[in-house]
Design a protein around this ligand. Structure first.
Ligand code: SF4
Length: 121
């Protein structure tokens, strides 16, 4: 289970590295998903988490007839406040030790985590 948790963290780090390397122009989220070889659902969750952590900004853009997001890294000098993770349900979750990507209980399908990520502050 630890390997899967580490793999999940690795994909966040890889996504952030790609977004940072895209510079101030950022990268379209669908292009990032292709590079990472993840589904749009999983990719959206990665972007939402990185945004919640204050590491990226998601800017809405129109492409063709579709609305999508451009992902731009925030300054690497930015200090991330603990307030950005305040209220995260994982910290008090009784399933934390059993939760992991690819497990029966997992962040991808967690309604509590999704509600927290989508909550307006
Ligand atoms: S993702 Fe959901 S189930 Fe997993 S630890 Fe967080 S709150 Fe618990």
């Amino acid at each position: 289970m630890k390997r899967k948790t580490k793999a999940a963290e690795d994909i966040y780090a890889k996504a952030l590295d790609i977004i940072r390397k895209a510079g101030p122009d950022g990268i379209l989220q669908k292009d990032l998903w292709k590079i990472l070889k993840v589904s749009s659902r999983e990719g959206s969750r990665i972007a939402l988490t990185l945004e919640k952590r204050g590491l990226i900004i998601r800017e809405p853009v129109a492409q063709d007839r579709w609305k999508t997001f451009k992902l731009v890294a925030t300054s690497s000098d930015l200090k991330v406040s603990l307030e950005t993770v305040e209220g995260c349900p994982c910290f008090s979750c009784m399933n934390l030790s059993r939760c992991g990507s690819g497990q029966h209980i997992n962040p991808e399908n967690c309604e509590d985590l999704t509600a927290w990520l989508l909550k307006d502050d």
